[in-house]
Design a protein around this ligand. Structure first.
Ligand SMILES: [Zn+2]
Length: 81
């Protein structure tokens, strides 16, 4: 997903609040969290674990992006020498 698309997607999202139980965000218009309502504690733990994985993936991707940006910057610098 491109940055522009992602921003547009965010702008379209309704206001969200954070669920105390599963720590995910859900629309303010809902009475209850739509992620963990109806889940037992085992399923909730799984949901949280999955969420943590996603966060980890994102930060790894960010590191790769930073790393490749640094490489490209270095190459540009070298080409000027
Ligand atoms: Zn929840």
């Amino acid at each position: 997903m491109s940055v522009g698309m992602s921003l547009a997607w965010r702008a379209k999202q309704p206001k969200k609040k954070r669920c105390d139980r599963c720590e995910l965000y859900y629309p303010e218009s809902l009475e209850q969290c739509d992620h963990c309502t109806g889940l037992n504690s085992t399923q909730l733990a799984q949901l949280k674990a999955q969420h943590q994985e996603t966060l980890k993936d994102n930060s790894t991707f960010g590191k790769y992006l930073l790393f490749s940006a640094a490489i490209i910057g270095l190459l540009l610098l070298l080409s000027f020498l």
